[in-house]
Write a protein that binds this ligand. Structure first.
Ligand code: CO
Length: 625
């Protein structure tokens, strides 16, 4: 018996694809996605109480150059329940069309001439990278779906794909017709010489003094995996993999004695944007929405034991639709394991000499996605003390440009003749918290000096000032490390043993917001990234902070649109939208492949428990007193 949140199986996707094709038998379709139509929170609640649910899927299909259809399909009966044409939107770039665009560019005489001007006549080994084009004035009146393509030279097929940019050449292609509309040439720059290899064979002698480090759990692991339901220690949750959002966590709860306490109803990457800060015409249009414009989840890696994850690993496969509407399995797409995590707590009693120390351990659910030149690695970690952490690691190859003479503005030189632009990676996590089932309110807590004067004669007072974020207009906030700022999600109706309302706090990192200035196109399109936090009341349709179809969208959709109503947020079902990430001023050490850079945030219990919930970790065998 499938759980309502179980991902669609290969067989189910196949049936949905067939039902959609049968609905318009004479039309050639391309499938952007087929995903589970997730039941709303109310429907899930009703299901828990015995109401049967119709298992449904949502298919997004193209039925012509510009026609986008959203079809809702009953999975059991293979029956089309709704068929909704959506005008004036563009789904993420499709692989089929991207491949056609690449081949069209390779055959284009203008592009070949531009390469010949640079001394490249054999174009067979040239790598062509299609990009989401942005939404700029030069395309404004074209009612079409576009891509801008950049090119890179590989002498050997196994060269670093990005080490030798063919600078200044941008091919603009109509995705629907694979027609090359124009080839821009912003000026000839010599091809960098170094192929930038980073494979073991080419990096010179490898160090030989790393001894084996092996992880064994001789008595097995402490977690269980049943389908997509994971349990570890007191935690349990469901996990899925969405073609846009990547890893999705559902229904995260904590077993506290005889009560299962809900914490997080759903958590996922709702959008991300990578705006580049180069003012050069070859590069200034770059700001990829790697979720909504490409579909981050579609780029999920098949993970290898001992390479991507180490230890006693359980993997889950992912199932996704291909562009013909058939189900495809990505093996070992989600890695599940436990890790030692140093100490959880310790005290040495200096009077008695007694030492109590406990090991921390964390339960990790992770996936890795390769979007063009970059890898994004998502690690959700659950801890014995009730904390949850998301760490995102960024690696791969920085987006390069070739130059001669003076280094270009807004860039750092990373190799002879190669520079990389300053840019940002801004991730927007949609966090549908249900602390103790809700209703919840959100407070911003700043820690500030009391300020001296009456009651603080010695001016040493410190206060934690909590400000209720009462409605959407006041719930658009930035991080402030100088005030140790956190956002606390409180359930006033649920009290701990001390009489305090239970809460979880969102502890942000020192995360940036979008740097592109007012008047920039990306600022309108990625408004979510202009604040580190937005709060909205739960609405089942509000899933993507730049709207469901950001590709070529000129902006204003999503969070700015919804929050204009300034809906109340007190004692309601709140959703937090947290933007965090890195501003990447590239280093020479990031070349030719980048060591991981880390970013993320924590969710930490605050009075959710009455005391340290990790007191009952037993001492490790040889640490007993
Ligand atoms: Co970067």
């Amino acid at each position: 018996m499938a759980h309502p949140l179980d991902p669609l199986s290969v067989e189910e996707i196949g049936r949905v694809g067939a039902a959609v094709r049968a609905h318009v038998p004479d039309t050639e379709l391309l499938f952007s996605s087929i995903t589970l139509a997730e039941p709303s929170k109310q429907a899930l609640q009703a299901h828990r109480q015995g109401t049967p649910l119709v298992r449904a899927a949502r298919a997004v299909v193209l039925d012509g150059p510009h026609g986008v259809i959203e079809a809702l399909v009953g999975v059991e009966a293979s029956e089309v329940l709704a068929w909704i044409p959506v005008p004036d939107v563009r789904p993420p770039l499709l692989f089929t069309e991207a491949f056609n665009a690449m081949e069209a560019v390779r055959a284009d005489e203008r592009w070949r001439a531009a390469l010949a001007r640079r001394g490249i006549t054999d174009v067979s080994g040239v790598q062509i990278d299609p990009w989401p084009p942005g939404a700029y004035a030069d395309f404004a009146e074209r009612n079409t779906r576009l891509t801008r393509c950049l090119s890179y030279y590989r002498e050997d097929p196994e060269d670093n794909g990005y080490a030798r940019p063919i600078e200044g050449v941008v091919a603009v292609v109509d995705m629907a017709t694979a027609e090359v509309l124009e080839v821009e040439d912003h000026g000839i720059v010599a091809l960098p010489a170094d192929p930038g290899r980073y494979d073991a064979e080419h990096v010179g002698p490898l160090r030989d003094d790393l001894k084996p480090l092996e992880i064994h759990q001789p008595e097995g692991v402490s977690f269980t995996v049943e389908g997509n339901h994971l349990s570890w220690q007191r935690w349990d949750l469901r996990v899925g993999l969405d073609p846009i959002e990547g890893l999705v966590l559902h229904d995260v709860g904590y077993q506290d004695g005889d009560r299962r306490r809900p914490i997080l109803h759903r958590a996922s990457l709702a959008e991300m944007v990578v705006p580049y800060g180069s003012t050069d015409p070859t590069h200034r249009w770059k700001n990829a929405f790697d979720a909504g414009e490409w579909g981050l989840g579609r780029f999920v890696n098949s993970l290898k034991l001992g390479c991507d994850c180490l230890g006693e690993i359980t993997y889950l496969d992912a199932v996704m639709a291909d562009e013909q509407g058939n189900g495809q399995v990505v093996e070992q797409a989600i890695c599940i394991h436990e890790e030692d995590d140093g100490i959880a707590w310790k005290h040495q009693d200096l009077n008695t000499g007694n030492v109590e120390v406990r090991r921390s351990r964390r339960f990790v659910v992770s996936s890795i996605f390769t979007v063009g030149n970059y890898e994004y690695c998502f690690y959700w970690r659950f801890y014995l003390d009730g904390s949850i952490e998301l760490e995102v690691r960024l690696t791969g190859i920085v987006q390069p440009c070739a130059f001669e003479g003076e280094p270009p503005a807004n860039m750092v030189v990373v190799a002879p003749g190669v520079a990389a632009a300053h840019h940002q990676h801004l991730f927007c996590l949609r966090l549908d918290l249900d602390v103790d089932g809700g209703p919840n309110s959100v407070y911003e807590v700043d820690v500030v000096p009391s300020g001296g004067g009456a009651g603080d004669d010695w001016a040493n007072g410190i206060e934690a000032r909590a400000t209720l974020l009462a409605s959407e207009a006041v719930a658009q906030r930035e991080v402030d490390p100088s005030r140790s700022r956190v956002w606390k999600v409180v359930n006033e109706q649920s009290r701990n043993g001390l009489g305090q309302p239970v809460a979880y706090k969102l502890l942000p990192s020192a995360a940036p917001t979008l740097l592109a200035g007012p008047g920039s196109v990306v600022r309108d399109r990625a408004a979510f990234a202009t604040h580190n936090l937005w709060v909205t009341p739960y609405a089942p349709d509000e899933m993507r902070p730049s709207g469901p179809y950001p590709n070529q969208h000129t902006g204003g959709a999503g969070l700015p649109e919804w929050t204009a109503a300034d809906r109340p947020l007190v004692d309601t079902d709140v959703v937090l939208w947290h933007t965090f990430g890195v501003t990447h001023v590239v280093r020479p050490e990031d070349w030719p492949v980048m060591p991981v850079e880390r970013t993320g945030f924590w969710l930490i219990p605050v009075g959710f428990f009455d005391r340290n919930p990790a007191l009952d970790i037993p001492p490790a065998a040889h640490c007993g007193t």
